[in-house]
Design a protein around this ligand. Structure first.
Ligand SMILES: C[S@@+](CC[C@H](N)C(=O)[O-])C[C@H]1O[C@@H](n2cnc3c(N)ncnc32)[C@H](O)[C@@H]1O
Length: 279
């Protein structure tokens, strides 16, 4: 049974990296008028109230988006992310944090299409309510990994697939690699973004090695660590692995990641940018 609820974590440092990257990827794909198909395999509830008991339990957003909210100067690409979060709030106070579905819905153009998957029985109801009856959006109460494979290649031939599991089950680490391999075989020109947490470094080393050996081309890794790797110290870092990234993304990350380390991490924080596979 799934117990993970993203409401406890909304707006934390992991969401900052994930959603900042997501916006960059969508913006880039939308530079052309041609329609884009966006697939979110693990959608969550869609959006979150930061004054709810869930969000206030550990107030993770305070050390994430909360640290950027009042900054007067931000790197340009990060400014885009913060102003989008601001536009989804009313007034100057940070009270709402959008999930990946709400961010993407906000950016969706009339010609684009969005397909969401969510398994949790409570989250799916919230997601349905937030997405309302938008003809561009399909919400599925189903397993996002196996079902998204079947949608590829999308008829638009231009697509972004976000894979953002909660890694509640240790098998998720192997399953995401297997899924990416299958997706890539069907749609090698798609853009893929895989989020991962660093709780035990050896799991991520293994994930990276498997991806390096997968035959998938043109793959970059961007990681933000708010503390040194640890044992039993929870999530100290997280990363995004992007297949077929925009050529502009690496330079944006080179500017944004050091800034995020400085703003969001303790003295042992660091970032990594790796080319996992060449073009
Ligand atoms: C990290 S949260 C998603 C957060 C969301 N992507 C965002 O950025 O706002 C992961 C979600 O995946 C759901 N989930 C777990 N396994 C799933 C699966 N196989 N298919 C679809 N959803 C799943 C969980 O219920 C949870 O809501």
């Amino acid at each position: 049974m799934l117990s993970y609820r993203h409401a406890f974590h909304a707006g934390n440092f992991a969401d900052v990296l994930k959603h900042f990257t997501l916006i960059q990827l969508i913006d880039y794909l939308q530079q052309k008028d041609k329609a884009v198909c966006y697939i979110d395999t693990h959608a969550g509830a869609g959006g979150y109230a930061l004054n709810s008991d869930y969000a206030l339990k550990n107030s993770e957003f305070v050390s994430g988006i909360g640290k950027l909210w009042t900054q007067e100067t931000l790197p340009t690409a990060l400014e885009r992310y913060v102003s989008l979060i601001k536009s989804l709030n009313v007034g100057k106070q940070l009270l709402r944090y959008p999930g990946s579905p709400l961010i993407s819905k906000h950016l969706l153009r009339p010609q684009d299409r969005m397909v969401l998957f969510e398994l949790h029985s409570t989250e799916i109801k919230l997601l349905h309510t937030l997405m309302k009856r938008d003809p561009r959006i399909t919400v599925n109460h189903d397993d996002g990994l196996s079902n998204a494979i079947k949608l590829l290649p999308p008829k638009e031939r231009r697509g972004l697939i976000l894979i953002d599991p909660s890694y509640e089950m240790k098998t998720d680490y192997a399953q995401v690699v297997d899924t990416l391999e299958k997706m890539y075989k069907r749609f090698a020109t798609g853009t893929y973004a895989l989020w991962y947490p660093v709780i035990e470094r050896r799991r991520i080393d293994k994930l990276e090695n498997k991806l390096r050996l997968s035959g998938i081309k043109n793959m970059q890794l961007f990681e933000l660590a708010i503390a040194a790797d640890g044992v039993n110290s929870g999530m100290t870092a997280c990363g995004m692995i992007v297949i077929n990234p925009p050529w502009t993304l690496k330079a944006q990350m080179q500017e944004v990641l050091p800034f995020l380390v400085q703003q969001l991490s303790d003295n042992a924080g660091f970032f990594r940018i790796e080319q996992l596979a060449d073009e």
